[in-house]
Every structure is written in structure tokens, then in C-alpha cells.
Design a protein around this ligand. Structure first.
Ligand SMILES: Nc1ncnc2c1ncn2[C@@H]1O[C@H](COP(=O)(O)OP(=O)(O)OP(=O)(O)O)[C@@H](O)[C@H]1O
Ligand SMILES: [Mg+2]
Length: 421
């Protein structure tokens, strides 16, 4: 994460130690059309996951760029084209020709995001390779498209489709003209898109555990379609009759499931827990971990759980900026879903396809549809009045909640904001 709020937990190989493979991870490799976001997801059988670096690079269906090509595409990695910074390195905006992928002048061709590993070391290389391995094979509308990579001398870069609205983290927690508060309907849409991405990863034909689900790894396109990025920590799920994969603990504090932190046993239910944390961030507008809050409120899950367990108190958790945009029923369903994902006991957590179904339900509900006219529509229609018609009442939080908004910490606007225009 590019700020002090997310602490990455260290570290080990994202790959199995034994080259058993055998996992079908197929998916259509229809990557030629950069902008075509096909909803087709193929799941026919494919050869076992490649393991060695040579196999991965040979089998991937993405372009191998030279360092010079990416230097030209990003205008020599100009500081003013930095889109963001993370643990891996900086992400730059660049331009390439749609057909030849050759560098072109800014404003022509297609926009790309170029992530450049900024430190040496085995871990960085392993994460780079894991990204090429997984995103080079997996294709789904809710996974960011990897267009190519560069491996030259000490240089390690990754080239992605440009996600014009940047990360969910920026939208939830940064302030400024480029990051207006997201409406209720957009938050539900984003949660649903991300849930579909995870459900796809967990599906029988893919069987991947993502392991680093958090708001900064959910990227948004111009229509707020959510796509998962960063497969550096992803792992093949357990095979045969095994219930979990044993790993050294990696991920991000605040998002990692308690049993995974305690035992290193990784299951798809660890991702479900992390999804619950992000759902809670979406509902509350609060960070998973925020040391700037009063004591007792630093850890979002610990603070929110008691309120979420009581139907009449869930409004203490909901983001004051959502006031009037949700119905009582919609808010209660979303809160119940968050609680289920966050159960301490993994077996009680729903599977991601059940989460998708629950969110589809919330999205389809009349009350949510009413506020899905876009950001402006949602805001101008919402002042806690009864919308009438269908008898669904937009719910206004009790007025004491307003005070919470005033005490909120203002986060700096990212220097790269205009790049998202
Ligand atoms: N494809 C992309 N299109 C547009 N912006 C991007 C893209 N990929 C990354 N970014 C921006 O760059 C930022 C840094 O991304 P990166 O994945 O390197 O770090 P992070 O997710 O913040 O932290 P971590 O290293 O813990 O994953 C993102 O938060 C986002 O704002
Ligand atoms: Mg990331």
C-alpha cells in the first residue's frame, strides 16, 4: 500500500514448494482487444499451471516489452505521470499504439499503467512472476487486464490496462475534487464487481486464493466497474481432499483473516473475510486500520461488529455521507452480509458466489435502483425524505451521526489526481 495505513505482512514464495501443479486454471485468453470487455469466461480444461520462470513466460499470452519501449511510453517515467505508489514500486501512466503496442505521443493510442519494481530482491521478483503467471492466464471482466511485462537485466515491469478512476482506496479515503464520496448504489456496484472477481477466482475451474484483497487492489474503470489487480500473493487453492494450503503469513494487517494470521492455513474463506473488511470499509467510509481514530476505533472490524449485530445500531457504522441514500432493508441486508463474511469461524462464512447472490439482491431491490441514477442523481435525491411510490423509504441516520463526520480525518489529495481525468 502506498501509505502508512496498510502494513504489509511479510513474506514467502507465492508458489507451491512442490511442482505438483495439476490445477486447471483456464480461462479465455482473448486479450487482443484492449478495450473489449467481454463477459465471456471460458472454463475448459488447460494444461497444468506452469511453474518455472521459463514456462510461465513462454506460456503467457501477453507481450514482452523492452525497457526502452516502456521508457518511451511513459516519457522516461516522468514523475508527473505517477499514478500511485505501492509496496512493489511506482505506477506510471503511458501511451501505446493499440495495434502495434509501440510507444506513442500522450493523448494518442491507448492509455496504459506501467508498474515498475523499484527494489531488488527475491520477493519482488517472485511477486512480479506470480502476477505474470496468474494474470497471464486468467481472464474475467472483474480482473484487471495484464497487457505485457518487461524482464530485462535488473528491470521488472508490468503493463496493465489503464483504470481511469484509480483505486477504490482513493475514492473511499481521499478528499478532493477528483474523489467525491461514492453514492450508495455505486458502492453496491463496486462490491458486486469485486465479489464477482473473487467468486471467479474461487470457482472449481480456477481455484485460486487471492490472499491480498483490500481497497487499494480494487481498481475502477470509468463506469465504476471494479477489477482486481495485484496477484503477487495469489496462490493455487488446495487440491485433492486437502482443506487448506499451508503458507507463511502474508497479506495486509486489518484485512487478513484471524485464523490465517494464527495458523498460516489459507482457504478461500480467508478471502471471504478480507472481502467482509472491504465491504465494511464501503459501508462505513472508514479504513480497516486507522490509528488517527480515537482509541477503541483503530480496528474497524472490532469497533463495528457490536453495532452490526444489533439491527437498530447498524446506522452508527454507516458512512454519514450516505445519509438518505439507502433503505432500511438495504442497509440491514448489507450489514448482515458483512457480519457473515467476518465470522471468526471460517466455515460459517458464505462462499463468494453466495456473497455475489446477496449483493445482486441488494442491487436489484427497488430502493437501491432508485438511487442508481449516477452520483449526482443519488446526491440530489437524498435528503432523508420518503421517496413515495413503491413504499420504500430512504433511511436517514439519526442526527447524532453528523458529529462523526466532522471529526473525520482529512486525507491528502494524491498528487497524481489529474492523471485520472
Ligand atoms: N491499472 C491501473 N490503472 C490506474 N491506476 C493504477 C493501476 N494500477 C495501479 N494504479 C494506481 O497505483 C496505485 C499503486 O498501486 P500498487 O498496486 O502498486 O500499490 P497498492 O495496491 O497501493 O499497495 P500494495 O503494494 O500493498 O498492493 C494504486 O492504488 C492505483 O491508484
Ligand atoms: Mg495493489
Amino acid at each position: 500500500m502506498g501509505n502508512c495505513f496498510g502494513v504489509r505482512i511479510k513474506a514467502e514464495s507465492p508458489f507451491h514448494s512442490t511442482p505438483s501443479g495439476g490445477n486447471s486454471k483456464n480461462v479465455s485468453r482473448d486479450r487482443n482487444g484492449y478495450s473489449g470487455s467481454s463477459s465471456r469466461v471460458s472454463a475448459a480444461s488447460v494444461p497444468p499451471t506452469p511453474r518455472s520462470e521459463g514456462e510461465i513466460l513462454q506460456s503467457t499470452n501477453v507481450k514482452s516489452f523492452t525497457f526502452n519501449e516502456l521508457r518511451s511510453a511513459t516519457r522516461n517515467f516522468r514523475p508527473d505521470s505517477v499514478l500511485g505508489e505501492g509496496g512493489f514500486g511506482s505506477v506510471f501512466k503511458g501511451w501505446i499504439d493499440e495495434h502495434t503496442f509501440a510507444a506513442v505521443k500522450p493523448g494518442t493510442g491507448i492509455v496504459i499503467a506501467v508498474k515498475r519494481l523499484n527494489h531488488d530482491g527475491l520477493q519482488g521478483h517472485k511477486e512480479w512472476l506470480a502476477e505474470v503467471n496468474y494474470l497471464g492466464q486468467l481472464y474475467h471482466p472483474n480482473l484487471v487486464k495484464l497487457l505485457g511485462y518487461c524482464l530485462e537485466d535488473e528491470h521488472r515491469l508490468l503493463v496493465y490496462e489503464f483504470m481511469s478512476r484509480g483505486s477504490l482506496e482513493n475514492h473511499l479515503f481521499r478528499r478532493g475534487v477528483y474523489f467525491q464520496p461514492l453514492s450508495w448504489s455505486i458502492r453496491v456496484k463496486v462490491a458486486l464487481g469485486a465479489a464477482r472477481g473473487l467468486a471467479f477466482l474461487h470457482s472449481a475451474e480456477t481455484k485460486v486464493i487471492y490472499r491480498d484483497f483490500k481497497a487499494s487492489n480494487v481498481l475502477l474503470d470509468s463506469n465504476y466497474n471494479a477489477k482486481l489487480s495485484d496477484f503477487g500473493l495469489a496462490k493455487d487453492g488446495p487440491t485433492g481432499d486437502k482443506s487448506h494450503v499451508s503458507t507463511r503469513v502474508m497479506g495486509t494487517y486489518g484485512y487478513a483473516a484471524p485464523e490465517y494470521l494464527a495458523t498460516g492455513h489459507l482457504t478461500t474463506k480467508s478471502d471471504v473475510y478480507s472481502f467482509g473488511v472491504v465491504l465494511l470499509e464501503l459501508l462505513s467510509g472508514r479504513r480497516a486500520v486507522d490509528k488517527n481514530r480515537p482509541s477503541g476505533e483503530h480496528n474497524l472490524v472490532e469497533w463495528a461488529k457490536p453495532f452490526l449485530m444489533n439491527k437498530r445500531k447498524i446506522f452508527r457504522v454507516l458512512d454519514p455521507r450516505l445519509e438518505g441514500q439507502y433503505s432500511l432493508a438495504g442497509a440491514q441486508k448489507a450489514a448482515a452480509l458483512a457480519i457473515q463474511c467476518l465470522w471468526s469461524e471460517p466455515k460459517f462464512r458464505p462462499a463468494m458466489d453466495e456473497v455475489v447472490a446477496a449483493l445482486e439482491d441488494i442491487q436489484a431491490a427497488k430502493d437501491t435502483a432508485r438511487s442508481s441514477r449516477g452520483q449526482e442523481g443519488a446526491r440530489s435525491h437524498n435528503h432523508g425524505h420518503n421517496h413515495g411510490g413503491g413504499g420504500v423509504r430512504a433511511f436517514r441516520r439519526p442526527s447524532f451521526q453528523g458529529a462523526a463526520a466532522n471529526g473525520r480525518v482529512a486525507y491528502p489529495r494524491p498528487s497524481g489526481s489529474p492523471l485520472y481525468a
